[in-house]
Write a protein that binds this ligand. Structure first.
Ligand code: 13P
Ligand code: SF4
Length: 304
């Protein structure tokens, strides 16, 4: 047996012994995706965490994702195998900064991207993910919202929901921000028949070059359903693994240089095994923060 096959077998055996479910984000390393029970985008992972009857959730992703799982499933043990796997965008707004921003716009509802801390979610009217952000904003039925922390997602939402003024916090994802229009133009020249799929965390000028703007799982569905056989994938490179599994026979191209989220790559198979053996490091959220954050997170899970 190879090392990977051996450790994968150990992880699967321990997961069933401990009544654990292994969730992995679409950007995780290929071997981590392959050992998981469910691989998905932020919305799919949140819904799965809310619905699972497992006792333990091993969350292979970044901190805010595991924290969201804990908010939705407080009775479960939620383990993030590598505790310092964070999301720099989520750290671009704090609860203190959000409170001060809200005070400048009394009465304007706050929509917060799920890539945020529990404390920020606790000060939020409704959370959203890349899969449902326009529907969430539309659901409020107002003509002005505060949107944090992603300015690129905010800009894209404003285009999708005309008539609503989207006031954006100036946060961004460093991984997607490094993608420039010239990278996409070069890929289109190299692959003129390819459909361009982009994540809404990209800059507006990058999204303007895309055929479809979608969450990571939205891209997986599109790749299967589209008549196209070639795709330029304008997001983190980990998605290629899922795309190639979902649509074998189709061809997927990353950009040059290809986008990598260092935090998503921190979790390796030995970390998953150790997490199952020790059920550490655990994610905890105080009751006060959790009950306030739950309102905005539950609304997110219900929409779209
Ligand atoms: P998705 O919810 O589309 O998977 O995106 C999560 C994320 O962090 C993208 O950078
Ligand atoms: Fe955060 Fe960007 Fe990594 Fe997604 S890709 S987890 S937004 S840093």
């Amino acid at each position: 047996m190879t090392d990977t096959a051996d450790i994968t077998a150990q992880i699967r055996a321990l997961a069933s012994e401990k009544h654990a479910v292994i969730l992995a984000h679409n950007y995780q390393r290929a071997e981590v995706q392959d050992v998981a029970d469910f691989v998905g985008d932020s919305l799919g992972l949140s819904r799965t965490a809310a619905e699972t009857d497992a006792d333990v959730i091993i969350f292979c992703g970044v901190h805010f994702m595991a924290e969201t799982a804990k908010i939705l499933a407080p009775g479960k043990t939620v383990v993030l195998p590598v505790l310092d796997a964070g999301c720099p965008m989520a750290d671009m707004i704090t609860a203190q900064k959000l409170a001060a921003w809200k005070a400048e716009y009394p009465g304007v509802p706050v929509v917060t991207y799920v890539n945020s801390t529990a404390e920020v979610k606790a000060l939020t009217d409704v959370c959203c993910t890349s899969a449902n952000a326009p529907q969430v904003v539309r659901s409020l039925g107002v003509d002005r919202v505060l949107f944090a922390p992603d300015r690129n997602l905010a800009h894209w939402v404003a285009e999708q929901v005309p008539g609503v003024e989207v006031i954006a916090w100036q946060g961004f994802c460093p991984t997607h921000e490094r993608i420039h229009a010239e990278h996409v133009i070069a890929a289109k020249e190299a692959h003129p028949d390819a459909e361009v799929l982009a994540h809404p965390e990209c800059r507006p000028e990058v999204l303007a070059l895309a055929d479809a703007v979608l969450s990571t799982s939205g891209m997986l569905r599109r790749a299967v359903e589209s008549p196209a056989t070639e795709f330029i994938v304008v997001t983190e490179e980990g998605l290629l693994h899922g795309l190639e599994k979902a649509a074998p026979g189709k061809r997927f191209f990353t950009l040059d240089p290809c986008a990598v989220c260092p935090n998503m790559k921190k979790t390796a198979l030995p970390d998953v095994l150790r997490a199952l053996q020790t059920l550490e490091p655990r994610i905890e959220v105080s009751d006060d923060v959790r009950t306030r954050a739950l309102v905005s997170v539950e609304r997110m899970v219900e929409i779209g």
